[in-house]
Design a protein around this ligand. Structure first.
Ligand code: COA
Length: 335
């Protein structure tokens, strides 16, 4: 392990990037496959269309593009990157896709690994990376959220297939000993409620030789109890954000942007109402991309940063939530 490089360091946010596949699947097109309609999907979720990976797009490729764009914005020499964490539940390689991204980037001095926490993955990865930076072990980190859920959606299940899409986003963060823009965080899991949303393994029995059986590896499709997940999100997300406000001595009035995992517009609106944060401060790109799992937070942030909505020193309350069940929140200052 490297020597401690700093004492008492904080985190600063230096760059963002994102990538989505070109292929668009509209609500009208989904209604050719299952019994649904654009009006139903739009009014219940806020989603109009989503991106679907085609040949050549996978989590490694998408994550690489998002990371490269964040590194360009940060204006970093790639060899100065110490850490790459890829949050994903759908790696291109089950043994881990982050090292492939490291190799494609040429980030030879970085250590790279995957982290899985479904739709909370990006937030958990950001918290993990920030703790390494604050601990003084690493100076520069790339945190990526990338998922290709289209490969694991049951396209005959109208209760779930309407929600998900593919994409990637990334943030470039740096240790500094001058200030700390990673103001606070909290994170939770509750495995008791895990069955509300999961992507279980599916194994078939086979034999290696006579009398020695084994199970073939594989996965089934996304299993979801939509109503329970909805109730979980609108209850727990405001609670964890309010707790974070109390812990950090912040309140809703001081927040410039509420950046929630993009699951459903009704969830975003409900959480905003509970926290008394007005709609114009709640970032949303659900209409275009749907739920891209670990990618949603950096994807929507990158869009707002590049459109000059999120500005230097803006205060952002962010929350990820989803399968596990898992959820968390972080309070950051951009810049
Ligand atoms: N098109 C048309 N009708 C649909 C439909 C679709 N795509 N999906 C479900 N329905 C029907 C149901 O069959 C049901 O009909 P019924 O009353 O005749 O049985 C009716 O619509 C209401 O179903 P319900 O499940 O109560 O709908 P809902 O308002 O809860 O909306 C979700 C469903 C999935 C949009 C919503 O529950 C949700 O978004 N939950 C959170 C899921 C989520 O965010 N998951 C990821 C978290 S990271």
């Amino acid at each position: 392990m490297e020597e401690i490089k700093f004492n008492q360091v904080g985190v600063s946010f230096k760059g963002s990037g994102s990538y989505v596949p070109d292929q668009i699947l509209t609500n009208q097109e989904i209604s050719q496959k299952v019994d649904t309609s654009h009006e139903w999907i739009k009014s219940r979720t806020g989603i109009s269309e989503r991106r679907i990976s085609s040949l050549g797009d996978n989590v490694t490729e998408m994550g690489y593009e998002a990371a490269l764009s964040a590194i360009e914005m940060a204006n970093w020499d790639i060899k100065t990157i110490d850490l790459i964490i890829l949050a994903t539940s759908t790696p291109h390689d089950l043994f881990g896709s982050a090292p492939s991204i490291q190799a494609k980037l040429g980030a030879y001095n970085a250590v790279a690994y995957d982290l899985t926490a479904a739709c909370s993955g990006f937030l958990f990865a950001l918290i993990t990376a920030s703790q390494f930076l604050k601990g003084g072990l690493f100076k520069r980190a790339i945190v990526i959220g990338a998922d290709q859920l289209s490969s694991f959606v049951d396209w005959n299940d109208r209760r779930s297939c309407i929600l998900f899409g593919d994409g990637a986003g990334a943030l470039a963060i740096e240790a500094t000993n001058e200030f700390d823009n990673f103001i606070g965080f909290d994170m939770r899991t509750d495995g008791e409620r895990g069955s509300y949303l999961n992507l279980p393994s599916k194994n078939n029995k086979d034999s290696i030789i006579d009398n020695i059986e084994f199970l073939t590896g594989g996965f089934s499709s996304i299993q979801m109890n939509g109503q329970e997940v909805y109730k979980f999100a609108v209850k727990e997300v405001p609670i964890i954000i309010e707790k974070l406000f109390r812990k950090t001595n912040y309140n809703s009035d001081q927040i410039d942007w509420l950046v929630l995992h993009q699951a459903n517009q009704r969830i975003l609106d409900s959480v905003g109402d509970r926290l008394k944060i007005p709609r114009e401060k709640i970032l949303s790109n659900l209409g275009k991309y749907g739920n891209t799992s670990a990618a949603t937070i950096p994807l929507v942030m990158d869009e707002a940063i590049k459109n000059n909505r999120i500005k230097q020193n803006d205060i952002i309350a962010t929350s990820g939530f989803g399968a596990g069940l898992s959820w968390g929140a972080a309070l950051i200052k951009w810049g």
